[in-house]
Design a protein around this ligand. Structure first.
Ligand code: FAD
Ligand code: MLT
Ligand code: ZN
Length: 440
């Protein structure tokens, strides 16, 4: 059972003695009906790649894994909608869509394991948010099993549907506390014919901000990712991940920053790239730049960015803060965190700068410093975010990590109505107890 009781970061550990893996909606319904009548708590689990402990039992709750519900049901080429069971892995859906030249409008580093049900339950963000916007706008329909076993059929494939309250939106981002998603209808997007990655090195965060502005305006709709990382990340990836490329040397004081952009389009991108290069060099914004010339370079440059989470994990116990705030404050929040924890650890900053979303990973220098680091940084970081009207969770969710800090991003009345909604769908509180909301 270990693989189901421990999360990807190994920070969250449960003690469940029972994992159920139903292969049909009817079985999910029967399981929940039984659990509800017997007041047995249930933790829904998809690919178990979540980073806030949402899919891991807090005690010995029953784990309901969706892994055996992995059938692709249909691809409707007229509506561009794929219908599938919730346990389909994101990558598998894209493989299925490849011959049709379509893709799911969501991409993230965990694509080989995360499931579409988990993506919906977390309203995942990912690296192409800047191109596609929130995943919730592509979830046209779903089937959900409620705590009492009722099967709520919301499987619309229609994009325009203003028929009263859109109940399905309540389940998107609900992290398994309102119901179990068993099927989904996703609006897919045409694959781009041309794609390229450009990695830039620059000497200050001020330059990152300017590059970011330029990249948003010049390539415009051709921009499909706008990411950044600091030099501490770059060094850690070089140190902890064998085989990664090293296009640029480090600065002695680790003061450089990196911006990675992806451009895409149905036509060749040469003109756009040339224009962008000219603008960046006119303003003297970069120290170095490299562009992918083929698919293998495309992936190895992305690996420098996507490998950061893994490289941090190999560096020690990691405290992960996935936050949103004005990008002009990114440098300040990372510096404040570093000052706050001092020698107990070290922190790196990276993420989706195009979406105002930074990931701060604070790595404990020794395992025994974890408690001290947590005491120093929580609620410190969340207070900082509240003071600048940021969000304590940009994309990973609340899970079991942050229910007691939810009030830093949501007011009391909003939290009250979240509890009310929870009571409507799960009056006995059997679904994912003490995740997102502290059980009442
Ligand atoms: P799980 O981890 O299994 O579950 C996540 C939550 O959803 C839990 O609360 C669980 O109870 C609930 N849940 C799962 N399935 C269902 C269901 N069928 N019905 C109801 N509730 C359910 N996230 C981002 O947003 N952006 C990123 O860029 C990103 N990159 C990542 C990179 C790596 C290397 C890793 C390890 C993680 C990354 N994540 C990212 C986090 C994670 O992959 C996403 O949150 C993903 O959507 C979780 O999917 P999952 O199937 O693994 O869900
Ligand atoms: C990422 O953007 O790399 C993911 O959200 C994972 C992480 O934050 O570590
Ligand atoms: Zn992310």
């Amino acid at each position: 059972l270990e693989g189901y009781n421990v999360d990807w970061t190994k920070k969250y550990k449960g003690n469940s003695r029972l994992v159920l893996k139903p292969n049909s909606t009817k079985k999910v319904s029967q399981i929940l009906k039984y659990c509800n009548e017997n007041l047995l708590p249930v933790v829904p689990q998809g690919g178990n790649t979540g980073l806030v402990g949402g899919a891991i039992p807090i005690k010995d709750e029953i784990i309901l894994s969706l892994s055996n519900m992995n059938k692709i049901l249909e691809f409707d080429t007229h509506q561009s909608v794929i219908s599938c069971e919730a346990g389909c892995v994101l990558d598998a859906l894209n493989q299925h869509l490849l011959p049709y030249k379509y893709e799911i409008p969501l991409d993230l580093g965990s694509r080989g394991s995360c499931q579409i049900g988990g993506n919906i339950a977390t309203n995942a963000g990912g690296i192409r948010f800047i191109k596609f916007g929130p995943f919730k706008s592509y979830v046209l329909g779903m089937e959900v099993v409620l705590a009492n076993g009722e099967i709520l059929d919301l499987r619309s494939k229609i994009r325009k549907d203003n028929t009263g309250l859109d109940i399905k939106q309540s389940f998107i981002g609900s992290e398994g506390i309102l119901g179990i998603i068993t099927q989904a209808n996703i609006l897919v997007s045409p694959l781009d014919k041309f794609k390229t990655v450009i990695l830039m090195q620059c000497e200050s965060f001020g330059k990152v901000l300017e590059i970011s502005r330029e990249c948003k305006s010049t390539p415009g709709r051709h921009l499909s990712a706008l990411e950044f990382f600091d030099e501490h990340c770059y060094k850690l990836v070089q140190k902890n991940l064998p085989g990664v490329v090293r296009p640029f040397e480090f600065s002695p004081e680790l003061k450089n920053f990196y911006v990675l952009i992806e451009l895409c389009g149905q036509e060749p991108l040469d003109g756009i790239i040339e224009e962008l290069y000219e603008k960046l060099s006119e303003k003297n914004l970069t120290l170095n730049m490299i562009m992918s010339e083929n698919e293998s370079q495309f992936h190895s440059l992305w690996r420098l960015r996507e490998g950061i989470a893994e490289a941090c994990g190999r560096g020690g116990i990691v405290l992960k803060y996935d936050v949103s705030l004005g990008i002009e404050k990114f440098e300040d929040i990372v510096q404040s965190v570093r000052k706050r924890h001092g020698d107990y650890g070290y922190s790196v900053g990276y993420g989706h700068i195009g979406d105002s979303n930074i990931h701060i990973n604070s790595i404990c220098k020794k395992p025994e410093y974890k408690k001290k680091m947590e005491e120093l940084l929580e609620p410190y970081i969340f207070e900082y975010l509240a003071s600048v009207n940021g969000s304590i969770s940009a994309e990973h969710g609340i899970g079991s990590m942050k229910p007691k800090y939810l009030h830093f991003s949501k007011n009391n009345l909003a939290i009250h109505y979240m509890h009310q909604l929870k009571k409507v769908f799960d009056p006995n509180g059997i679904l994912n107890p003490n995740k997102v909301l502290i059980s009442q």
